[in-house]
Design a protein around this ligand. Structure first.
Ligand code: NAI
Length: 550
């Protein structure tokens, strides 16, 4: 077979190669929006179709092309390519309708994207840190082209969205999470750095997959992981001193350990723990606004005792204490089940965090028996066990409570502990219900119920925006409690009447900014903020919002 090599020589004059490099730089590329004059000056005349288009026209074309795609994973890939070509058009598109695009950029589509990451991969959007870089991580971080990084979202891929350990394919998560800071809360995108801490994987199928791009070694031991993470954290402090580290989708026990280790030492948070806790607390606060009652008088049964449950319980206990309970009184109002049954003292497999909720009761594997014994007012599913809340469970909750509060937070959809339809119909329309995924409205007895989605995107982009603006030294639990109440307080009476526990997704930016203002205010009041306090926090934050434009 003969090959033809084309000698391109050096066809580009200096201005031309600058223009070409602009066309290939997604951050600066304007594509067809370059004017005739600019095209001449940059030496890219003829390299673009003749039409000179506005940003709005470019977005119209993107929307039309997206409309032609029926499969969400295709839309995800298309948007990923768009981000590679022109970041301004990408953000202009997704910020035009976050309600429509968040489920494509993030959950549920990102779950499919992660599972097929090796197949749909085209180009790296973040950094991979591996065990082989030990001793050189700071040096490696300096390869990132942006010197001022304010948010690193770092995952080990160890527990992705209830999909388990998917190793380096989990990179879709930090990418998607950071995109939502911008898509939902208009935090400027160039301060973001997604990182996959590739610690190996226990997923045999992945290790055998020829297209898998991560390390094929088994996961690091706990001690080796801790050492690698310590070096990583130190390196981030050295290379990006203003950076907030957002931990995402680490294996449950790793997640809790890292948060405990670093929360008082550096600016960091764990969205699976604190973001989830805050969004659950927001839902509980909204439900109590609707049905009446105080948090300190509730009894909460968790199904699932992993990082989400531990996080929610911790924040609930903190808030109950602010309402006057002692720590022991507060923790006695919380009970948990995990895969091995009720958390109780005879169990020998409990983590320190779980032992807090081990009350002196008889062991049982039966959630129904547990509910009948503990008599919860609130039931929260964070188990990844799809369908676990069957008719008997919902009926038991309805028997115990005039208005049971039931959250089925596991995702993706097939892992939800029950559907909205099941919760409303089995409780005869009495339940106040929220899920981790967006279920469609349910019509029952002529009434329309609108199930809330306990989506962390209400919380963490807002906390991020407040952090970007106020530059706090720490992100404390109180910041997340403030965010939770700011969300709950934005649900008007009309939404309450439909059983909504979260604000409408129609104007996410407004919800996020309002929440960020309350959180930033708290950061100033609590002495956490390093920025100078402005006289009007709202307009100060509004002036910092990213606007996609040329
Ligand atoms: P995790 O892996 O840390 O914990 C899972 C827990 O469920 C463990 O305690 C495990 O023992 C228990 N479990 C597993 N199978 C069970 C079974 N058959 N019966 C009873 N318990 C069982 O996971 P994490 O981070 O706590 O997340 C749990 C679920 O919650 C995931 O599906 C995740 O996607 C979802 N989640 C939803 C959020 C939201 O809606 N905003 C936020 C964070 C997590």
């Amino acid at each position: 077979m003969s090959t033809t090599s084309i000698d391109r020589g050096t066809p580009y004059s200096e201005p031309g190669s600058l223009g070409l490099s602009l066309l290939h730089d997604p951050i600066r590329n304007k594509g067809t929006a370059y004017t005739v004059q600019q095209r001449r000056e940059l030496g890219i005349e003829g390299l673009l179709p003749p039409a000179v288009e506005s940003l709005e026209r470019q977005v119209d074309r993107v929307l039309q092309q997206l409309d032609g795609k029926t499969d969400d994973l295709d839309k995800y890939s298309y948007l990923t390519d768009l981000m590679d070509r022109n970041e301004t058009v990408f953000y202009k598109t997704v910020m035009s309708d976050p309600k429509r695009f968040v489920p494509i950029l993030y959950d549920p589509t990102v779950a499919d994207a992660c599972q097929t990451f090796g197949n749909i991969y085209r180009r790296a959007h973040g950094m991979y840190i591996t065990r082989d870089m030990k001793g050189r991580i700071a040096e490696v971080l300096k390869h990132w082209p942006e010197p001022d990084v304010r948010f690193i979202c770092v995952s080990t891929g160890g527990r992705i969205l209830g999909l388990g350990d998917i190793g380096a394919n989990g990179m879709g998560i930090p990418i998607g999470k950071l995109q939502l800071y911008t898509a939902c809360a208009a935090v400027p995108p160039h301060y973001m750095l997604p990182i996959l801490l590739d610690i190996g994987t226990s997923n045999e199928a992945l290790r055998a997959d020829p297209l898998y791009m991560g390390s094929r070694e088994p996961q690091l031991s706990e001690q080796a992981l801790d050492e690698l993470t310590q070096e990583f954290i130190d390196a981030v402090q050295e290379v990006f001193p203003a950076c907030c580290v957002h931990f995402e989708d680490w294996k449950g026990t790793d997640a809790i350990r890292m948060l405990e280790r670093y929360r008082d030492k550096i600016l960091c948070y764990n969205d699976d723990i604190q973001g989830t806790a805050a969004i659950a607390l927001a839902g509980i606060a909204a439900a109590l606004n609707t049905k009446g009652g105080k948090l300190k008088d509730q009894r909460i049964q968790f199904f699932g005792a992993g990082s989400a449950a531990i996080g929610i319980a911790g924040l609930v206990v903190k808030e109950m204490q602010t309402q006057g309970l002692t720590f022991d009184e507060a923790r006695s109002r919380i009970s948990m089940f995990d895969i091995n049954g009720l958390i109780e003292p005879s169990r020998t497999d409990l983590s320190e965090a779980q032992k807090v909720y081990a009350h002196s009761v008889a062991p049982t594997q039966s959630l129904l028996a547990g509910i009948q014994d503990f008599k919860p007012t609130i039931l929260i599913g964070v188990s990844t066990h799809g369908g676990a809340f069957d008719k008997h469970i919902i009926e038991a909750m309805t028997h115990l409570n005039e208005v049971p509060i039931i959250f089925a937070l596991s995702n993706p959809t097939r892992k939800a502990e029950c559907t909205a339809e099941q919760a409303y119909s089995w409780s005869k329309g009495k339940a106040l219900f929220a899920a981790g995924v967006q279920f469609p409205d349910v019509v029952l007895g002529g009434k329309t119920y609108r199930p809330g989605q306990a989506n962390n995107f209400y919380i963490y982009p807002a906390a991020g925006l407040a952090t970007y603006a106020a530059r706090p030294t720490r992100l404390t639990d109180e910041c997340f409690i403030v965010a939770a109440h700011a969300i709950a307080d934005q649900i008007g009476l009309a939404l309450q009447a439909k059983g909504m526990l979260y604000p409408s997704q129609d104007d996410i930016l407004e919800t996020e900014v309002t929440t960020a203002v309350r959180v930033a205010q708290y950061m100033f009041d609590a002495g956490l903020a390093q920025a100078t306090r402005p006289s009007d926090i709202r307009s100060w934050i509004e002036n910092m919002l990213y606007k996609p434009q040329y």
